[in-house]
Design a binder for this molecule. Structure first.
Ligand SMILES: Nc1ncnc2c1ncn2[C@@H]1O[C@H](COP(=O)(O)OP(=O)(O)OP(=O)(O)O)[C@@H](O)[C@H]1O
Length: 279
């Protein structure tokens, strides 16, 4: 059986009249990079804060195994501290500390150890915060859009290195992001939130193998059984993204064509599905 990084049961969080999370039930696999996707206000930060123990749930429960570290967009760094001082600080704050791991992360991104944090670029500060987070040897590392101020190349490098860290350890990383176009290759697992609910969750490859785009003459419904995730129409043509057992292998009669979907297509299609239409 796959180990679970964290599991929720009917988890809910209410801020005054607003349910930021509701009826939230997931069991996320351990030792993966999990991409957490959702529109602004979908509940991503709320979920991460509850998982990190910073925010109490209103109802339901969450079970998290091991040490949790949450890294948000605002970096927990002291401007006058040198990078080396920040690592020392991390070592004093944490009962478990892996100096080598922190140093090796900084080395990979060529961050000078003697430079005050306040004199580093935003992207370099991100790397220091990442190094301190990794030095704490979390079992679950929650990254709440901390990579937002990195350029696309640096972001790709960091996510690549994170995948390597996960492969070399038993750590699980949950990475929230808005950048749907850059999702491919970022995570092996997807968790998609819509209006405080889990709209889609699963292994990325598996999800891709369960979705197909069907393009054909204008029609009200696709020519196959399945969950219609998205439909778009022109005067003469219809296109449907459908969740089916056979995905891109779904047999269709001409003139219909079955095409695979990209991860970006899949996520955008599910983000746009109206509530109540999901499985
Ligand atoms: N402290 C708070 N008080 C009241 N409402 C809040 C509070 N924090 C969040 N919310 C509301 O809860 C909902 C979920 O917010 P949350 O920050 O978890 O979403 P998010 O998916 O992280 O959004 P974003 O991508 O914009 O960061 C939103 O409607 C937000 O306005």
């Amino acid at each position: 059986m796959t180990e679970v990084a964290f599991e929720t049961h009917d988890l809910g969080k209410r801020y005054k009249n607003l349910w930021a999370l509701k009826d939230f039930n997931v069991a996320l696999p351990a030792n993966k990079v999990i991409a957490l996707v959702g529109a602004n206000g979908a509940g991503k930060s709320t979920l991460m804060s509850i998982a990190a123990g910073i925010l109490p749930a209103t109802e339901g429960s969450i079970t998290v195994g091991g040490r949790v570290v949450l890294l948000a967009q605002e970096k927990p760094l002291y401007r006058s501290f040198s990078v080396a001082d920040m690592l020392n600080f991390g070592r004093h704050l944490n009962t478990v500390w892996d100096q080598q791991r922190a140093l090796s992360w900084l080395g990979r991104f060529e961050i000078p150890l003697d430079r005050p944090c306040g004199k580093l670029s935003g992207g370099q500060q991100t790397q220091v915060a990442m190094a301190v987070a990794l030095g704490a040897r979390p079992s679950l590392l929650l990254l709440d859009e901390p990579l937002a101020n990195l350029d696309p190349v640096a972001r790709r490098e960091v996510t690549g290195e994170l995948l390597a860290e996960v492969a070399d350890s038993d750590m699980t990383v949950v990475l929230s992001t808005h950048v749907v176009a850059e999702l491919a290759g970022v995570g092996d697992h997807l968790l998609l939130l819509r209006q405080g609910r889990c709209a889609l969750e699963g292994d990325v490859e598996e999800l891709l193998s369960q979705h197909v785009r069907l393009v054909g003459p204008r029609a009200d419904a696709p020519p196959v059984e399945g969950q219609v995730v998205q439909s778009t129409h022109t005067e003469r043509q219809s296109a449907f993204v459908v969740r089916t057992l056979l995905g891109p292998e779904t047999p269709v009669a001409a003139p219909w064509q079955a095409q695979p979907v990209t991860l970006e297509d899949l996520v955008l299609a599910h983000l746009k599905t109206a509530p109540g239409e999901e499985l």
